[in-house]
Design a protein around this ligand. Sequence first.
Ligand SMILES: [Zn+2]
Length: 460
Amino acid sequence: MAITGIKTKFHPDAVLAETLSQWIGCARVIYNAKCDEDKYLRTYARKCLPVSTWPKPDQTYSQFKTELTSFLSECPSQILRNAATIWFQAYQSFFKGIGGRPARKSRVKGNYIWLTQELFRINWVNAVCHLSIGTKANPVGTLRIKWNKSRIPAQSPKSVWIRKTNAGWSLAFSYDDGLLHQDVSTSEHLAYLKTLDSQALDELITPVDRGVAKPLHTHNAIYALDADSKRKFAWRDKLVKRYQRKAARQVKGSNQRKRTLQRVAKLREKDKEVRTNFWHQTTRALANNSKVIVLEDLKLKNMTKRAKPKICEITGNWLKNGARAKSGLNKALLGVGLYQFEQFLSYKMAAANKPLLKVSPHHTSQECAHCGHIHPSNRISQSDFKCQSCGHADNADHNAALVIRKRAINLIINSGTELAGTHKNVLKLRASVDKSANSCKTLKVKALGAASGLSKKKAA
Ligand SMILES: [Zn+2]
């Protein structure tokens, strides 16, 4: 069984939008009041009470309904209760060590409500979903949502989340897709892969090289946005900068400035949609068309750090450290959404019971796929690769993909032998033991997805 989710945009009319906004505000008041109350009680307990008698967090909220907060009485009690429940659940997660202690939420982060079953009903009228909001006694309005009925679960969801951002309204819920996923562990996968020879592995494995200029490069395909989308990205970027300059000149808190910021949010939202759509389509194609996928184990968080400051050892002055270029590269790296790709691919591969493996990313762009020679001067430009040792010439990303596959095959075949060590040791070993083996630094094979297609084959 796997839990999956659906998120969709909607456009409420003015009356419904105002009601929902008020509900969201009330829910946030309760959540923040619970945070404040907890902080007060903890301070009090620390000063006055013995340790074992400290009050435990609870879900009560009626104490916040006073003469000063008469607006809370106009909001359905379920909304307020749900806000208290969210706070309580967050606290339980904190006790389990999953997250931090619940903290006050701002308008940006806390602009949502949780609607449970009493507060909404779903009816299908001519293949259009009508979502009525409000209790039976007090209906508030109806949303018409375009959903593909075949993809929506037959059973109505138990609860939905409504969120309001500068870019608009969205509605989300999760459900069990009812599909049985086999839980085949990575070790079982690798055990099977190990029984194959390098020829068979060569055919099975799809290596994926990730980059900025061309987001994805496999051994036989390139996945990148088309020129038109790229042009539109650049155009939106230009508009965002213009609106940000405009917002900087406008009076803080004014309606005009708010409108400018909404425009920025909408442009950003569009960027996000295009990117997300691209990754969904790409990962779907990859997951459907390949049996084993191997990625580089990129540490994106380390890769997108700021440039370190440089100091001249003699004079003690600050030197140029290329911070501007590094920031530009970081922005480009983050703008591609390589981590999102990894997330999408991992769940799609897991659902298909196919393995997703990772190999060490060190010097994949400098190593020759033909002879294994590693040198920075092998990479003569962003797109071209020419080995300084054997003269092998190729597209740089294609060469990197082949290197990744080679590493994966070596790791799978040799994973029984412990070869982890420094790069130099590995190079020495390669020279002495086997010319084609162990071209990477560590024997790190991580797997995200679980296996199936392969195991079935094994049984046959
Ligand atoms: Zn070479």
